[in-house]
Design a protein around this ligand. Structure first.
Ligand code: PGA
Length: 277
């Protein structure tokens, strides 16, 4: 974890379990039902809060609903759950407001969420997001005081050609220009940056790298960043589920997980949280 963070940081030393809901679920009723069941199941577990930070990244339109459904106002103040709301993306254009149809600004997000994903492989792949745009997004997020979960990962072909480290090094390079912001001892309760290693070929496929591969890549990412005096949590993503979470949690250098499909079912998401507790 970031040595440069304030010692008062309530997130310091904890593991991260963040659910990435992508474009799911299809309606508000399902969001509501998930939250009810999730709150019920998670509130029965007692030992996770001291060691795990749980985040949920719903679609933009469901951010407010998830916030409300897990709040003390809705659940009762004694049952409120300390869940961090995470956005799946921010606009790379105006950071506050402007004529960008379909975009949501970092400033708008910051009213609800503490953090945003940036550079998820599905954004890179389906929306052609390149380094130039990702730099603008990170800038906008930091300016709006949002923390960033920056996603990196190699494709199947790159993995098979043994190019994983070269690809990751290139993807990490753009962070160097934010070194000052990331390392600054700001009075923030959140790390400014989390890096998520998500091999593209492991996302939604049921395939995962071996534990040794995960360990090696996390070590490599840590080394690459520490050359620029950046020390941040590094989490793993790609087909994490209730069966493999315990093994992944025991892997050296893994500070948590970014979970897609398995975060949409309350029981599996709670099991994954427990695996990191
Ligand atoms: P998955 O997705 O857990 O469904 O593989 C992970 C992600 O895309 O963040």
């Amino acid at each position: 974890m970031g040595q440069k963070m304030s010692n008062n940081n309530k997130y310091l030393g904890k593991k991260w379990v963040i659910g990435n809901w992508k474009m799911n679920p299809a309606n508000v009723d399902t969001v509501f039902e998930f939250c009810q069941e999730f709150a019920q199941k998670l509130s029965k577990e007692t030992n996770w809060q001291s060691s795990v930070v749980v985040g949920i990244a719903p679609s933009f339109v469901h951010l407010g609903l998830v916030d409300y459904c897990l709040s003390g106002e809705h659940l009762g103040h004694d049952k409120e759950l300390p869940i961090v709301l995470v956005s799946q993306d921010v606009s790379g254009f105006g950071k506050q407001a402007g004529a960008f149809t379909g975009d949501v600004s970092a400033m708008q997000i910051s009213d609800l969420a503490e953090c945003t994903l940036i550079g998820h492989s599905e954004r890179r792949q389906y929306h052609g997001e390149d380094d130039e745009l990702l730099i603008e997004k990170i800038k906008n997020a930091f300016d709006a005081n949002l923390s960033v979960v920056y996603c990196i990962g190699e494709t199947k072909q790159e993995y098979e050609r043994g190019e994983t480290k070269t690809v990751l090094e290139k993807q990490l390079k753009l962070l160097v220009q934010f070194t000052k912001e990331i390392s600054s001892l700001e009075d923030t309760l959140f790390p400014k940056l989390i890096v998520a290693y998500e091999p593209v070929w492991a996302i939604g496929t049921g395939l995962t790298p071996t534990l040794d591969e995960i360990k090696e890549v996390h070590h490599f990412v840590g080394q690459t960043l520490s050359a620029f005096e950046i020390t941040v949590p590094i989490i793993y993503g790609g087909s994490v589920n209730d069966k493999n979470a315990a093994d992944i949690s025991s892997c050296q250098g893994v500070d948590g997980v970014l979970v897609g499909g398995a975060s949409l079912r309350a029981d599996s998401f709670v099991t994954i949280i427990q695996a990191f507790a």
